[in-house]
Design a protein around this ligand. Structure first.
Ligand SMILES: Cc1cc2nc3c(=O)[nH]c(=O)nc-3n(C[C@H](O)[C@H](O)[C@H](O)COP(=O)(O)OP(=O)(O)OC[C@H]3O[C@@H](n4cnc5c(N)ncnc54)[C@H](O)[C@@H]3O)c2cc1C
Length: 517
């Protein structure tokens, strides 16, 4: 890397969903020199892009992955994928392209972050997208990320059956799930231009800026820590085997994600004082919120093995979604139900393989969008190659049990409707008696609850008066000068949506706020 002696204005750490748009927008000012540092590889030429990053219908969960595991509930560890490549998790994901809803952002604003109200974020959801189906005041056109909805004729028969069953159940039909006030069932929006190719931030944003002289992309560079002198960040330290290298800048912006950003902060002496000291480091800023408040959308569902002829191998994981409100809840759209065409048990949920008696299952997946349980991320070492300890702590709040119990009951009804049920052979781990018994349901939930890969909240945004806040509404780390964070980790509360589009929006919005500074 020919970077020694060449200070930058901004170093963006992590080229993921947020980091790529952030670096691209900041470098629109030709006078600003921006470095985008990424631990994973970079494939600038479309012809070199590996197939696992292109194939939208299959999530890439090993070739470009950090290989983390996490504790889901006491005694149960699960795989916890995170993308490790330029494009980050946006390059490996399921391409569900849903936005948060106005209430989500009005809650952020009410928590002391008025720069993130719905009114303030909508323009940045719009600027990132090229909506191929809808226009008007809520949608963007000509942006780097194409959004299309699966047309009914592209859907598998079981997806069409799901639409039919949900509408027969009385759920409203939704043509456009990214209309801010939509609720009900309809086709899934997806970040693809054609039916099978995933468009990550790397593919959407970077080709147009390849010749940009003031944007330097540094792949294969693992950031150990932020360099801090007299309370001010002035660069980062990279490790490459036994070699370390330092690059300097006027400002450092972490966009390493909900796992990567708090880990870098802790290795830099920023976090709960006790945790930092336990690592043998000096405390640069005592911020109890670092790693705390981890919040992820947990999922479970009702799954069956497919009948011969009803398998949907190679099809998108899902093509439809039902967004609705849990019984008794005051929070709109806090439950999502996905008709899953198929999970490959060799890749996901391997402990179900033997129970299912096969490698494939399909069914109705239930995702709690507003779980109350909070987890925690901690480090046991300052070595950046050592994985952090990720404790998701699902179901630790009794309210989450209740929400899921109702959710599984609805999923059971939907899955048992004839147009869906007739495509399955046998249910996996669940039958009528599970639903009838409180203990049976609790055991089922503990055995099946898993991640939707949407962790947020480990570097929460909020005013300095909030003891849990780590950054202010401009992403500035409390108590340290010239150090910012802008990625999914800063979300102060969860959005009722999959997190890719919101993370891209955070990158866009942060660039607008930081570009003025
Ligand atoms: C398998 C999978 C499927 C998903 N499917 C969907 C979906 O269908 N729809 C949806 O909306 N969301 C989905 N998500 C979630 C979504 O992709 C993430 O919420 C989003 O990408 C988060 O953006 P981010 O910028 O915070 O982090 P990321 O996109 O993860 O980017 C962080 C980047 O920082 C890099 N990094 C981390 N630590 C360091 C370090 N020390 N040094 C240098 N670089 C570092 C990482 O390699 C990575 O490239 C999925 C996620 C996964 C993992």
């Amino acid at each position: 890397m020919s970077i020694s002696g060449s200070p930058f204005d901004d170093i963006v750490v992590g080229a993921g969903a947020a980091g790529v748009p952030l670096a691209v927008r900041l470098s629109e000012d030709p006078a600003r020199r921006v470095a985008l540092v990424e631990a994973g590889p970079h494939y600038p030429a479309p012809a070199d892009m590996p197939q696992d990053l292109l194939t939208a219908n299959i999530m890439s969960m090993s070739a470009h992955d950090w290989q983390f595991s996490a504790r889901a509930v006491t005694g149960r560890a699960i795989r916890f994928p995170r993308g490790k490549v330029v494009g980050g998790s946006s390059a490996v994901g399921g391409t569900v392209a849903l936005r948060g809803i106005p209430d989500d952002f009005d809650e952020w604003a009410a928590g002391g972050n008025p720069q993130w109200s719905w009114e303030k974020v909508l323009p940045y959801y719009r600027v990132m997208e090229d909506d191929l189906d809808f226009g008007g005041e809520f949608h963007g056109s000509g942006g780097p990320i194409p959004i299309r909805r699966f047309p009914v004729e592209e859907m598998t028969p079981v997806q069409q059956a799901f639409l039919e069953v949900c509408t027969a159940h009385g759920f409203p039909w939704v043509e456009d799930h990214n209309h801010p006030y939509a609720t009900g069932v309809g086709p899934m929006p997806s970040n693809r231009r054609d039916p099978t190719v995933r468009i990550s931030t790397a593919m959407g944003y970077l080709p147009a800026v390849r010749g940009r002289q003031n944007l330097t992309i540094l792949p294969g560079a693992l950031v150990q820590r932020v360099l801090i002198r007299d309370g001010r960040a002035y660069g980062v330290e990279l490790v490459d085997g036994a070699r370390t290298e330092q690059i300097t800048a006027r400002r450092v912006i972490l966009a390493a994600g909900t796992i990567g950003s708090p880990a870098i902060l802790l290795r830099s002496g920023i976090g709960p004082a006790e945790d930092v000291r336990r690592l043998g480091l000096d405390v640069r800023a005592d911020l109890p919120g670092v790693g705390e408040g981890l919040n992820d959308h947990p999922r479970t569902g009702v799954f069956m093995t497919p009948r011969p002829g009803a398998e949907n191998f190679g099809e998108p994981v899902g093509q439809t979604v039902l967004r609705t409100t849990a019984p008794g809840s005051a929070e709109t759209n806090d439950m999502h139900y996905y008709m899953v065409n198929g999970f490959d048990l060799t890749q996901q949920f391997p402990d179900l393989r033997q129970i299912a008696g096969g490698d494939r299952i399909f069914g109705v997946m239930v995702v709690d969008q507003r779980p109350h349980a909070r987890g925690r991320l901690t480090l046991t070492s300052t070595d950046p190659h050592e994985h952090p300890r990720i404790d998701l702590n699902y179901l630790s709040d009794e309210r989450d049990y209740r929400t899921f119990t109702d959710g599984v009951r609805l999923a059971w009804e939907l899955a048992n409707a004839d147009p869906i049920r007739k495509r399955g052979d046998h249910f996996v781990l669940i039958d009528e008696s599970t639903l009838d018994s409180e203990e049976g349901m609790r055991a089922y939930l503990r055995a099946t609850v898993d991640s939707t890969y949407h962790p947020v909240g480990t570097v929460r945004m909020g005013p300095a008066t909030d003891p849990a806040a780590v950054v202010d509404q401009y992403g500035a780390v409390h108590g340290i000068q010239a150090l910012h964070v802008a990625d999914a980790s800063i979300m102060p509360s969860h959005v009722r949506a999959n997190t890719n589009l919101t993370s891209i929006m955070i990158g866009e919005r942060a660039a607008a706020l930081l570009g003025q500074r």
